[in-house]
Write a protein that binds this ligand. Structure first.
Ligand code: ACO
Length: 436
């Protein structure tokens, strides 16, 4: 287990001129040719820092896990194009790839699958901790709390072996926790995992079975979930992954770091967008289906309505995951003989936005969240569980990035600087002398 981050080769220097002086800063080069200015000595040598809100120009680490070229719409895990992994791999195979840096042999995959299967149950004392949450609680904070709580059940000192066990436990128990959070919201009894079923089929069984009658998992649905999880499995240094790395950089354990990542993913500008997309499509439908009017509102800066599921910090051409999902949407709906008014509206919205000057000039394209909600809806997944589905998928990516961070000799506790803009020193005013 574990990636070892290679030292990026030197690629020359760049000179910074300031106050009549100059500083030569080293350049480093990644394996796909991207170049970074190494500013590690900047403050020591000049007293200055860089300023980059949202970190759009800042590389926080070297990583060998995932490569994205946003200008060309490329996404690769460990060098393998996402299109190929989506067509040929299973989610557990992709999880292994992300965590170990290579595709598993048949024997390695079998061992991994059986280890994961053996750990799907949660401790009997774990169930009652769900009971305390309000029935209408959103499942994302429930999942985050539950993953954090796992740390109370597994308190071994941190060793390579105990981290390996934690990885297996997290991947095995996450679907159980996710399904529990849903069953809790319905007030239905929890359904135990079934070890005879594969990863995604077992999840769907725990979600939709009841003790009262037989529930047979539809293989078309299980395959669609597997595809969605593969597409979500990693996305290099996005908001939730950076959160996992930042929390882990303080030496917080893997459970605690992942719980923080789940909270970051919940936000509507990140993983929470898939829920927002369906709610937006429903609003458009309820308002009479005037798609163009909605697109016009999304362009209006005085109006708070963004086109959810559109735009991305990195992709400026297309999001390859959205392309795969758009096709999967029509395939799944076709296979199930379902018509989706939401898919119709989404396709209209996409067509209008992609021919609109505002969206063209701002390089805004559908992202992974634009179509994923429509498939989830067709699979019968409730809307407030959409981001939980994203969590299931992103888990191996978070784990891989956390392990890589832990093994990287350059890792230091994350601690950005700031440009202070508050008052300079002033005289303390006693309370009786302060004006109202
Ligand atoms: N609808 C309308 N305008 C948009 C949208 C949108 N969805 N996204 C960006 N813009 C506009 C902004 O108003 C801004 O315009 P301006 O330069 O004229 O002021 C410009 O495009 C750049 O937008 P930023 O918010 O600065 O871009 P940033 O890279 O910081 O944000 C983000 C990316 C958060 C994804 C943004 O595009 C957005 O809010 N999209 C909608 C939410 C969404 O779908 N999130 C999921 C992302 S994928 C994921 O996390 C899994």
């Amino acid at each position: 287990m574990a990636h070892t981050t290679k030292a990026a080769p030197a690629a020359g220097t760049v000179d910074l001129a300031y106050d009549g002086k100059s500083l030569s800063l080293p350049l480093i080069k990644g394996s796909e040719g991207e170049i970074g200015i190494d500013v590690a000595q900047l403050r020591n040598k000049t007293g200055m820092i860089t300023f980059d809100p949202g970190f759009g120009n800042t590389g926080a680490c070297r990583s060998a896990i995932t490569f994205i070229d946003g200008e060309r719409g490329i996404l690769r895990y460990g060098g393998y194009p996402i299109e190929e992994l989506a067509a040929k791999s299973s989610f557990l195979e992709v999880a292994w790839l992300l965590i170990n840096g290579q595709l598993p042999t048949r024997a390695e995959l079998e061992t991994f699958r059986s280890e994961v299967t053996l750990h799907t149950m949660v401790h009997q004392d774990f169930g009652p901790s769900f009971e305390g949450f309000p029935k209408d609680a959103h499942p994302m904070p429930v999942c985050s709390a539950a993953v954090g709580a796992l740390a109370t059940f597994y308190q071994q000192p941190e060793t390579e072996q105990s981290i390996r066990d934690t990885v297996t436990r997290l991947i095995a128990k996450m679907p159980t926790i996710a399904a529990y959070s849903y069953k809790h919201s319905l007030g239905q009894p929890f359904i135990y995992p079934r070890n005879a079923l594969d990863y995604c089929a077992n999840f769907l069984h725990m979600m939709f079975a009841t003790p009262c009658e037989e529930y047979v998992v539809d293989p078309v649905l299980a395959k669609a979930v597997d595809l969605l999880l593969i597409l979500h499995a990693d996305h290099e240094q996005n908001c939730s992954t950076s959160t996992v790395r930042v929390v882990g950089s303080s030496r917080a354990n893997l459970f605690a770091s992942i719980a923080a990542g789940i909270s970051a993913l919940w936000g509507p500008l990140h993983g929470g967008a898939n829920q927002q997309v369906i709610e937006m499509l429903d609003r458009i439908e309820a308002d009479g289906g005037d798609v163009r009017a909605f697109v016009d509102r999304a362009k209006d800066k005085k109006d708070n309505n963004r086109l959810m599921g559109f735009g991305h910090r990195v992709y400026k051409n297309h999001d390859p995951r959205a392309t795969i999902l758009k096709k999967a949407c029509t395939d799944v709906l076709g296979a199930k003989g379902l018509a989706s008014r939401q898919l119709e509206i989404a396709m209209k919205l996409e067509a209008i936005a992609l021919s609109d000057d505002y969206f063209i000039s701002h390089k805004l394209y559908p992202n992974v969240d634009f179509y994923s909600g429509i498939i989830y809806k067709a699979l019968g997944i409730p809307v407030n569980m959409f981001t939980v589905m994203f969590t299931l998928g992103r888990l191996p990516g978070w784990i891989a990035q956390w392990i890589e961070m832990r093994h990287d000799p350059d890792t230091r506790i994350a601690r950005p600087r700031q440009i202070y803009t508050g008052p300079t020193v002033r005289t303390y005013v006693p309370i009786e002398a302060r004006s109202a």
